[in-house]
Design a protein around this ligand. Structure first.
Ligand code: HEM
Length: 232
């Protein structure tokens, strides 16, 4: 059930990227985006238009975001790690490079677009830095052949990246239940969505930790022969 949910979130992430790319392409080709200012719009059209003046930065965020959503779930498939370790490594390198781009451009977007004002900028700065730190620790740990610790930091980083999908239903619920503008809702959705994912990741890491850790003898494994790659 949990894995189906994760796959559904990754698929949602792919759809989000495609929709944003289409909307950006339409705007750049001179097609009119929905007009801002209608009474039921609450700032959604303005949000759409905020990306048009920054196509390069937006693409630098969403294309690696797409790679993140495609490769992320595959990195956690035990069969791939066991049977095709080299594939796991190469996909991992692309995944980490994509993650770095996503995190750095998210930091910039949160400041230069920052549609949700200071509430959003604060949330984006905090969670982007956390995301980059988790990713960095994941790489650091596997460079030292600490497979279990690598797995845990990568779960935390992936969970934070996936939060962009949970933010959407949260924003939709707030739009339906309150009179707030979309810019107010965006900041709150960032805080709620990313905090929720951080908590769930920590719970998951803790629940699955006992099954993963076999002790110090197998924790430090030789490069190329990880001891616990068969576990999820
Ligand atoms: C640490 C993770 C991430 C953070 C903190 C983050 C942050 C941001 C920020 C700040 C914006 C601009 C919105 C604004 O400032 O008003 C944005 C836009 C966007 N991000 Fe991310 N992002 C992250 C990861 C991802 C990932 C993994 C994807 C892949 C699906 C993604 C897809 C998008 C898209 C498509 C947009 C354009 C706006 C939209 O269509 O919703 N982001 N992101």
């Amino acid at each position: 059930m949990f894995y189906i949910l994760v796959a559904a979130m990754a698929l949602t992430g792919i759809v989000i990227v495609v929709l944003r790319a289409v909307s950006l392409a339409q705007a750049l080709m001179g097609e009119a985006l929905p007009l801002a200012g209608s009474s039921d719009d609450r700032g959604l059209a303005l949000f759409d238009q905020a990306f048009t003046p920054r196509p390069g930065l937006t693409l630098l965020h969403i294309v690696p975001g797409l790679m993140f959503m495609i490769l992320g779930p595959l990195q956690f498939v035990a069969k791939i790690r066991v049977k095709h370790l080299n594939l796991h490594r190469w996909c991992g390198r692309i995944y980490v490079a994509s993650g770095l781009l996503v995190g750095v451009t998210a930091l910039i977007l949160g400041i230069v677009v920052g549609f949700g004002g200071p509430t959003e900028t604060a949330a984006v700065t905090f969670f982007s830095l956390l995301f980059l730190i988790f990713l960095g620790l994941g790489v650091f740990r596997i460079r030292r052949s600490e497979v279990s610790a690598h797995r845990e930091w990568m779960i935390r980083a992936f969970a934070l990246g996936l939060a962009v999908t949970t933010m959407r239903p949260i924003a939709a619920i707030l739009l339906a239940l309150t009179d707030m503008s979309f810019s107010e809702i965006l900041g709150i959705s960032f805080w709620l969505g990313f905090s929720l994912h951080l908590i769930v990741a920590e719970l998951w890491v803790n629940i699955t930790r006992t099954k993963q850790t076999f002790g110090s003898a197998t924790e430090k494994v030789q490069q190329g022969a990880p001891a616990n790659v068969t576990r999820r």
